[in-house]
Design a protein around this ligand. Structure first.
Ligand SMILES: [Zn+2]
Ligand SMILES: [Zn+2]
Length: 882
């Protein structure tokens, strides 16, 4: 029973649900502002309420969880605040699709019923992602979970809106904005995805109203010509000297329009003359303002031609394009069509081509808000990590344009503005007014528009802590410590939180902003539904266990480098989890309730060595986490635990754990073993929350959650440079013998003789710890030879100033070994020629993917090294034969 139990491997599924329930049952994630300790707070980037866990979330949440658990173990007063975003357009689209399946649309339901339907959907299906975060182990304070549309946050939104409006930083005006005819709403500049598209550039002749001359304009969108109110050229363009001010006839519509000059026109584009359509182009809109031109709106909110489009009224905008071209051809004034590559704006939610449209919208005046947000980063109040993102932040902030915040959808925070039809007054108030403050009318109409989703998420770091009230949470946890986020929302979200945070609280919302990379597929391709290469994190957690999955993400999370997720890495780290689990069983087998949990004063060389190495690794891991170099922290842990602790230390100390060892030594050894292993568990708890908790509880003694333990601190007194050097040397010698044994196929059970040649002082430590060499190198004796010894018939290796010799007589059958080596050499030579031939082939070099070519180059090097050592060994073996 006992023996079979030993072989049992770690079962993540059972452990994970058990320990998450355990943590929640003990309220370990719940923050208490009244408790002591320096504050450490993270607000989660709220996933969309429509969302489900993808790789990006998994990385984002794992990094945050490491930070939260680490700082908690440092004794800080920690809060990780979770929640979801109502995701205006995205959520409205989801519910609209559901309704479409039932054969209804939102218009027929009406606003109120539609909003009820969205809430109902939210209660039933929204926020599923939060349970998926629990599966990742996220130590969030769920008692503080927030939703951007909950009552408190909605009040914060109204309050913020009113404050900005009173300061003149929110205004309403007629401007040209990006309009999505599908979603029926305005979009901010950031919500427009520019896609390079093959289109056409059409050259159209506009005749002078009187006279015989004409001007040719070039356009990609001929349908908008129906709304032209001028043609413009650059003032310095000599082709048009003397003609500025003439009147042209707008073809099809036969409307007189002026030819004017404006600096905005690029003389190098087309013919240097451009048509001006103020209602449908942002640049033309600006030109029209400067020249006092009228705007004629020819495309409506649904992308259909308006009554202003004459005989084209009622047509779809793209059908109209064809019809306009047809009639221009008939008139003979479409004089050239050329292929043209240009950027076309698409709605980032539904991919419909965006229509620049003039309309009345609400805007935030961003310049005055951006200035302090730039200063906060320049002064170092907020750090952006890695720092190369600072430049991107400054570039955008310095060139920021006013932010269109109104959206013509139904799901979102309705703008707190009230219009009085009687006198035309618009009131902006936190709570709905009863009557007009000017004329006293009680017939007020609430603004129909809702706010851009990013308006409420811009308030997230303080609205979630209770702002505008001066709550205990707000004063305890704001400004927050670290924001962990992807670069794709640096402008959408981070920049806006910086602006709003400083505006409303006087302080930048974060100490550090950590920008992490993208998770890609094994080939390094971006994951996308269309490519079909999306990897589901839940599936990986199922297959490999959450800790192995988390550890893989961490090990690959190098700053500024994207992550390539692969099964090999996951398998490797799953083996590591098992290694750690088995180490736990080993410790459990030897340590019992009587084992002292303090470090005994007397220690063996192996103990002094592992303790010294432990101090260094504690420093490396702490530094890695604190500098957000998670890959360095996890790799330091991996190397130490697997290669130093498991591979070397456990092997070295086995004799002193045996029943025949003196009781005193045995007890001492158990104590050191338990001490070091507990340190390993505490160090890795932030990376591997479930596995460490599971092993922690299997160890002897009364134990609470490992999360409440103190994170290890390096003790410089235990760092011992000499023992690290000596033990390093001893391990090199053992490794040299092992290598020679395996290269020459010495049977594993065969005990060898090791001859060490060197100065006696460098051999002293080896002599004192000969027992370790004998056991780990499988030797029957170690012979110390004088420096004059010449090892003619030994296999040899050099370790520092020592020569390690392995007399081969009697160990192997030389004839057999020589023939085996010759065969190996032939095989390696054959493969080497194939690889060299490929690398010498220009066609291969030109056509094979880069990683394949690299693999060939690496293989060539490997084969050459192998051939070198095979020939050396063959020379040695044949010496015995002659
Ligand atoms: Zn859209
Ligand atoms: Zn009024």
């Amino acid at each position: 029973m006992e023996a079979r139990d030993q072989e049992k491997s770690y079962d993540p599924a059972v452990a994970e649900s058990k320990w998450y329930r355990y943590w929640e049952g003990l309220s370990l994630f719940r923050a208490d502002p009244a408790c002591p300790g320096e504050s450490y707070c993270i607000v989660i980037p709220p996933p969309n309420v429509t969302g489900s866990l993808h790789m990006g979330h998994a990385l984002n949440v794992t990094l945050q969880d490491v930070l939260i658990r680490y700082h908690r173990m440092l004794g800080k007063n920690v809060l990780w605040l979770p929640g979801t975003d109502h995701a205006g357009i995205a959520t409205q689209n989801v519910v609209e699709r559901l309704l479409a399946g039932e054969g209804v649309d939102r218009q027929s339901l009406g606003r109120e019923i539609f909003e009820e339907r969205v809430w109902k959907w939210k209660e039933e299906s929204g926020g599923a992602i939060l349970n998926q975060l629990k599966r990742l182990g996220a130590a969030c304070d769920w008692s503080r979970e927030r939703f951007t549309m909950d009552e408190g946050l909605s009040r914060a939104v109204r309050e913020a809106f009113v404050l900005l409006h009173r300061k003149g930083l929110i205004y309403r005006g007629r401007y040209i904005i990006n309009w999505c005819p599908r979603c029926h709403t305005a979009l901010s500049d950031l919500e427009v995805a520019h896609v390079e598209t093959k289109g056409w550039l059409y050259y159209i002749r506009y005749p002078e109203l009187s006279g015989t001359q004409s001007v040719v304009v070039a356009t990609t969108r001929p349908e908008t010509m129906l709304g032209d109110t001028a043609v413009a050229v650059h003032p310095g363009d000599e082709r048009y000297t003397g003609r500025i001010g003439v009147t042209l006839r707008l073809p099809i519509m036969n409307r007189p329009i002026p030819l004017l000059s404006d600096e905005m026109v690029d003389p190098a584009f087309g013919t240097g003359a451009v048509k001006i359509t103020p209602a449908h182009d942002p640049n033309d809109f600006e030109v029209a303002k400067r020249h006092d031109l009228p705007a004629v709106r020819v495309i409506d909110d649904a992308g259909m031609m308006t009554g202003e489009a004459g005989s084209f009224a009622g047509m779809d905008r793209f059908a109209c394009r064809e019809a306009v071209l047809e009639s221009l051809r008939k008139e003979g004034i479409l004089i050239k069509e050329e292929q043209y590559l240009h950027n076309v704006g698409h709605c980032y939610r539904c991919k419909t081509v965006v229509e620049p449209t003039e309309s009345i919208q609400w805007f935030v005046k961003t310049k005055p808000l951006a200035e302090p947000a730039i200063r906060a980063v320049r002064s170092g109040e907020t750090r952006i990590i890695p720092p190369n993102w600072e430049r991107t932040y400054f570039d955008w902030m310095e060139n920021i344009r006013d932010w269109c915040i109104s959206r013509q959808i139904w799901w979102g925070h309705r703008i707190p503005a009230y219009h009085c039809p009687a006198c035309g007054l618009t009131m902006v108030e936190v709570d709905a007014p009863d009557r007009c403050s000017s004329c006293g009318s009680d017939n007020l109409r609430r603004e129909e528009d809702v706010l851009d989703t990013w308006f409420s998420s811009g308030l997230w770091p303080f609205s979630t802590l209770g702002w505008p009230d001066r709550t205990e949470d707000l004063s305890r946890y704001y400004p927050t410590s670290t924001l962990v986020t992807g670069f794709d929302i640096l402008f959408f979200w981070v920049a806006r939180m910086m602006m709003m945070g400083i505006e409303f609280t006087g302080k930048a919302p974060f100490r550090d902003v950590v920008i992490h990379a993208l998770v890609r597929d094994p080939k390094g391709e971006k994951m996308s539904k269309t490519r079909g290469n999306v990897i589901d994190p839940l599936e990986l957690m199922e297959r490999y266990g959450t800790d192995a999955f988390r550890f893989t993400l961490l090990a690959l999370a190098a700053q500024g480098r994207d992550i390539r997720m692969s099964d090999e890495r996951l398998e490797g780290y799953r083996n590591f989890m098992n290694k750690l689990f088995q180490a736990g069983r080993f410790v459990r087998m030897h340590a019992d309730d009587n084992t002292v949990r303090d470090l005994p004063p007397e220690r063996s060389a192996a103990d002094r060595w592992i303790l010294s190495r432990l101090q260094r690794v504690i420093d490396e891991i702490r530094k890695g986490i604190e500098e957000y170099r998670f890959n360095e922290a996890s790799s330091a842990f991996y190397q130490f635990t697997w290669h130093e602790f498991c591979d070397w230390y456990l092997e070295m100390i086995k004799p002193s754990l045996q029943p025949d060892a003196p009781a005193e030594i045995r007890e001492r050894q158990r104590a050191v073993l338990l001490y070091v292993f507990e340190m390993i568990l505490r160090l890795s708890h932030p990376f591997l929350p479930f596995l460490t908790e599971e092993i922690w509880h299997s160890l002897p003694g009364e134990r609470g959650s490992i999360l409440t333990e103190v994170y290890p601190v390096a003790d410089p007194d235990r760092t011992d440079v000499d023992i690290e050097k000596d033990m390093g040397h001893l391990m090199e010698v053992i490794r040299a013998v092992r290598n020679m044994r395996s290269e020459l196929h010495v049977p594993p059970a065969k005990r060898v003789e090791i001859r060490l040649k060197g100065q006696s002082e460098s051999l002293a430590f080896l002599r004192d710890h000969e027992e370790i060499i004998l056991r780990l190198a499988r030797a029957e004796r170690v012979v110390h030879r004088e420096p004059e010894y010449i090892p003619v018939e030994d296999a040899t290796a050099v370790v520092n100033d020592i020569e390690v010799c392995l007399p081969l007589a009697g160990l192997i059958d030389f004839r057999k070994e020589a023939s085996r080596l010759r065969k190996e050499i032939d095989k390696a030579n054959a493969e080497h020629s194939v690889v060299c031939a490929k690398l010498g082939n220009d066609k291969f070099l030109a056509n094979a993917p880069g990683d394949i070519v690299d693999a060939h180059r690496i293989r060539k090097g490997e084969l050459e090294a192998k051939l070198g050592s095979l020939s050396r060994n063959l020379a040695l073996v044949t010496r015995y034969l002659s």
